[in-house]
Design a protein around this ligand. Structure first.
Ligand SMILES: Cc1ncc(COP(=O)(O)O)c(C=O)c1O
Length: 388
């Protein structure tokens, strides 16, 4: 009895409603001329490059912005305890996680849409707002999952170049919005550049632009922002603006392999995304219970940010030693220009057991290095000094 009642409650809160939509996503994508089975931000070739047989020889895994300081002890205990009951769908537990996140974000439960990682929600938004030729204003470069999904269903991307300090140009992005704009996608702090804009700047941007088009703010790295959670645009959502805030447990919580993310927005905006989200059957029981244990674990979260900061200082020391001109980072990774072809640089670093990523934009090759444990940063610094 208890189960069916709480299931009904979950349905009421909208957590299961999306599963009723039965949208055939591959078929939808296949109709698009730019269909590509690889929608993640890494191609199969890139993934193969990072594969090490048995992971032997890897001294520093610094290519995916993972957080080796997590998950917390509480999250691990919750996972362990959840295993014996993992034959059951976590309906009640998922509803409880949704309640806990709503309380944490200061909104009601119907303002929350959960996903198995935020990529799933970026996909739902990319499809919902990119369909029918929707135009999406983005920064360039940016985290490209949502834009790729949007393009995959025939959406058009309107790219606004970052400035010389690799910061997003919010003024120019606002100018790019017009009657055809279906969504503005912004990331703060930004991946892959590591730059940030202040909370006030981003809120002012959201408040003015969201009257013309919905604004999607990807706050995957918001806990690393110098203003911390005060930099969030959640208050815009609380004030009823046309703003979708997206968060993930993959970064500061250290859940990249567990897969939990969520969006916070008015129910009418979430309703546009829900037909393309997997609804109530997406999150595993261990992931749900671990996230419930971790969501408001302030002591762990500040330890995680602090450890990252300590490793970042070590990284900066190594970069300074070789004269690298690092872009000040407000995330758990940093970017710096390299005087070498990106793939040559990656291969030489890999030979030393250090895995990083490279980009090319503004006619320049860049290395993006994730911030890991201290021993990993030491391995990175040593390899870098030999490679450059
Ligand atoms: C800006 C940004 N958003 C979203 C994600 C996706 O994270 P996940 O799907 O693990 O929640 C990432 C991953 O690196 C990211 O950098």
């Amino acid at each position: 009895m208890k189960t069916s009642l709480t299931r009904r409650q979950a349905l009421k809160a909208g957590t299961l409603a999306a599963s009723a939509a039965f949208v055939n996503l591959p078929a939808l994508f296949a109709k698009s001329p730019s269909y590509n089975a690889e929608f993640l931000s890494m191609t199969d070739e890139e993934r193969a490059f990072y594969y090490f047989e048995g992971q032997e020889g890897v001294k520093a895994r610094l290519f995916a912005n993972e957080n080796p300081f997590g998950p917390s002890e509480k999250a691990i205990a919750a996972i362990t305890n959840s295993l014996k009951d993992s034959y059951m769908y976590p309906f009640d537990e998922r509803a409880e996680l949704q309640r806990k996140i709503a309380a944490y974000e200061g909104v009601s439960e119907d303002f929350i849409l959960l996903g198995s990682g935020s990529t799933q929600l970026l996909m739902a938004a990319g499809v919902a707002f990119g369909m029918k030729g929707g135009e999406i204003v983005i920064s360039h470069p940016t985290f490209d999952s949502l834009p790729k999904y949007a393009e995959g269903v025939g959406g058009k991307l309107v790219k606004v170049e970052v400035d010389s300090g690799l910061k997003q140009q919010l003024g120019k992005m606002a100018d790019a919005v017009n009657g055809k704009t279906s969504l503005v996608y912004t990331v703060n702090p930004m991946n892959p550049t590591g730059t940030q804009v202040s909370g006030k700047e981003m809120r002012d941007f959201c408040n003015s632009v969201s009257d013309k088009a919905p604004v999607f703010v990807d706050e995957a790295y918001i806990d690393y922002h110098p203003e911390g959670l005060k930099a969030s645009t959640i208050s815009c959502v609380q004030q009823g603006k046309n703003v979708i805030v997206c968060k993930t447990f993959s970064k500061v919580h250290g859940f990249a392999g567990l897969r939990v993310g969520y969006c916070v927005a008015k129910p009418d905006l979430l309703a546009k995304m829900k037909p393309f989200s997997t609804g109530g059957f997406d999150l595993s029981r261990p992931a749900v219970l671990a996230a419930t244990a971790s969501v408001d674990d302030k002591a762990f979260l500040s330890m995680s940010v602090q450890q990252t900061e300590e490793s970042k200082q070590l990284l900066y020391k190594g970069l300074k030693a070789v004269g690298a001109n690092v872009i000040p980072s407000f995330t758990n990774f940093a970017m710096f220009p390299i005087d070498m072809n990106g793939s040559t640089f990656l291969s030489r670093m890999k030979e030393k057991g250090v895995l990083v990523r490279s980009w090319n934009f503004k006619n320049q090759d860049w290395c993006r290095v994730s911030i890991g444990r201290k021993d990993e940063m030491e391995a990175f610094n040593k390899a870098l000094a030999q490679v450059v």
